[in-house]
Write a protein that binds this ligand. Structure first.
Ligand code: GLC
Ligand code: CA
Length: 588
């Protein structure tokens, strides 16, 4: 067995810091194209995927149709009218392929089949038909940095050094000694090399041991992936979300990394040689041949990286999503000045060139309102609506996570037994084995664990929030009696109906999609104020990010402006804002 190496890495809490380490754009380029002369050449080339609002459905927790406690495809089908009613255009579905579920479907054992718990291929066909009938597009998760160790390729690969599948993965024969250390995000010992006695060799897994990394240098692997993409594109899907894609390209000589490499994780672990060749090949083979949208998780290490992924003349992807914004929120809060600075920087980098996406929550994050707003009873709804206003009025295709439209919040788990997330449980065991501070860890994950965003969707006030008649695979947030879709349908001021209104607003006004963005009252630490304008249409957005009244100075004479959206029944005057107030004006 592998002798456990003592590593220099500070005890990085893999789970907590994962996105920060992995996906942050850490070395921004200062001079951004177009920043000198904004209004002139604002990115206005029309594309459906720029105008779309993407709604992310986490299938395991959305709706369980057969009472086994696990959400499924039939469950989603039964809720298509609900999804349609939101006004969204695209559903991004987390992986639904066959999987032993070490990492909730991100460990795929058969890319052309449906996970048993989720249903059958017939269910999938009905799902896509039902969506297309309602004019909703379907984007699928493509998880090809790694497969499951239970995939046939890996079974063959590990069986013999002479297997034709050997080079589908990264192996290091043990007679060469131990391979240079690589950090694993999900492994209990943080070691990304796992010794396999069958062939006396180590295999590489950036994520868990059950997620061996595929070798993209092997043209056969790429061909397999493109065939899989073709299979799903021929079925009529409308997009691919490329999971952890920046990691596919690695330096496969596996050199020793210098001391302190972890501070610039992406540089050493990701965006390696040939990444762009692979993407251009994928574009030639698949993406350009279908009317599909494409988005990569992670945007590299700099704006240059991000541009290279998405500039249309390079023929790679439509967009990528960066984690700079979402990573700002820490357990001790965040600074709005920092938040404004990051989003303004990203806006200016993409106003002329390429396209970006925008999000503040997904299945890997805690709940939107708990992280960026205030989930106490007084402000949960108001701050949730305020954040929705932000996401729907900024540049970039919005990715909005299921349940956030209800203002669902973190469940407040207190015991490790309540958690299901594999890396969290591994980290807990790791700390236990090494005498780490478990109390501190439990406190941290209560704020940041991925499970916070994975509790069952709250449909109504019946047992298990109407999610399942069985025992849900993960606990339901006890607040479901009051926070649920059914109750919010009936209330015209609910978060749900406010979400519908903001989606409508975005779709009716191209200024929010293609228009120029201008930050106002830049140094105001409490209020985020900006305009979006296109042609004669100009909108002013005012967002109080605090639980106290706050003033804002925009220089506009609001007596000539028309308020078109707000989250208070009695809005303020637009100068002294109410706590967590959101206001959108049309400027005449
Ligand atoms: C991505 C997914 C995450 C998964 C990981 C490994 O970050 O969003 O859920 O665990 O990749 O596939
Ligand atoms: Ca089920």
């Amino acid at each position: 067995m592998i002798a456990l190496k003592k590593r220099l890495l500070k005890p990085v809490l893999a789970v907590l810091a994962m996105n920060t380490i992995l996906f942050s754009c850490q070395t921004p380029v200062k001079d951004q194209p177009g920043s000198k002369n904004p209004g002139d050449s604002v990115a206005t080339k029309k594309d459906w995927w720029k105008e779309a609002v993407v709604y992310q459905v986490y299938p395991r927790s959305f709706k369980d149709a057969n009472g086994d406690g696990i959400g499924d495809l039939k469950g989603i089908i039964s809720k298509l009218d609900y999804i349609k009613s939101l006004g969204v255009d695209v559903v991004w579905l987390n992986p639904i392929y066959s999987s032993p579920n070490d990492d909730n479907g991100y460990d795929i054992s058969d890319y052309r089949n449906i996970m048993k718990e989720f249903g059958t291929m017939e269910d999938f066909d009905s799902l896509i038909t039902g969506m297309h009938k309602r004019n909703i597009k379907l984007m699928m998760d493509l998880v090809v940095n790694h497969s499951s160790d239970e995939h046939e390729w890996f079974k063959q690969s590990r069986s013999s050094r002479n297997s034709p599948y050997r080079n589908y993965y990264h192996w290091w024969n043990a007679e060469r000694g131990k391979p240079p250390y690589r950090y694993s995000l999900f492994d209990i010992n943080h070691d990304a090399w796992k010794y396999d006695s069958q062939t006396n060799a180590y295999y590489l897994h950036y994520f868990s041991r059950k997620q061996p990394d595929l070798n993209w240098e092997n043209p056969q692997v790429r061909k397999e992936v493109f065939d899989i993409m073709k299979f799903w594109a021929d079925k009529g899907i409308d997009g691919f979300r490329l999971d952890a894609f920046q990691f596919v390209a690695k330096d496969t000589t596996f050199p020793e990394f210098p001391k302190g490499f972890e501070k610039n994780f992406v540089k050493y672990y990701a965006m390696g040689p040939h990444l762009h060749d692979y993407l251009q090949e994928m574009n030639r083979e698949i993406l350009s041949r279908y009317d599909v949208m494409s988005v990569a998780e992670g945007a590299g290490n700099s704006f240059k990286d991000a541009h290279d992924l998405v500039d249309s003349n390079r023929k790679e992807l439509n967009m990528a999503y960066a984690f700079d914004g979402v990573d700002i929120a820490k357990s001790n809060g965040y600074s709005l000045l920092h938040f404004k600075e990051v989003f303004s920087r990203w806006d200016s980098a993409f106003q002329n060139n390429g396209w970006l996406s925008i999000f503040l929550a997904n299945h890997d994050q805690a709940r939107l309102v708990s992280r960026f707003g205030n989930d106490g009873p007084a402000y949960r709804e108001l701050s949730s609506k305020m954040l929705t206003t932000f996401l729907m009025t900024m540049r970039g295709t919005p990715y909005y996570y299921n349940g956030d439209e209800l203002g669902m919040m973190n469940p407040g788990f207190t015991k490790i037994e309540e958690y299901r997330d594999m890396p969290t449980l591994n980290e807990y065991r790791h700390l236990k084995n090494t005498g780490g501070n478990l109390k501190k860890f439990l406190k941290e994950i209560r704020f940041s664990c991925r499970d916070n965003g994975r509790t069952p969707f709250q449909w109504d006030s019946s047992t298990n929030a109407g999610f399942s008649t069985g025992t849900p695979w993960i606990g339901v947030n006890p607040d479901y009696k009051t926070v649920n879709a059914e109750a919010q349908e009936k209330d015209s001021n609910s978060c749900l109906n406010y979400f519908r209104k903001t989606v409508r607003l975005r779709k009716d006004n191209p200024a929010f999609i293609y228009g120029r963005y201008t930050l106002l009252d830049k140094d105001n630490p409490n209020v985020y104020a900006y305009t979006r304008e296109k042609g004669p249409r100009k909108f002013l957005v005012l967002l109080n990010f605090t639980g106290k009244p706050a003033t804002v100075n925009t220089g506009f004479d609001l007596s000539k402006a028309v308020m078109i959206l707000g989250n208070y029944a009695k809005p303020s005057d637009g100068i002294m804002l109410h706590p967590y107030e959101a206001l959108v004006y049309q400027i005449k």
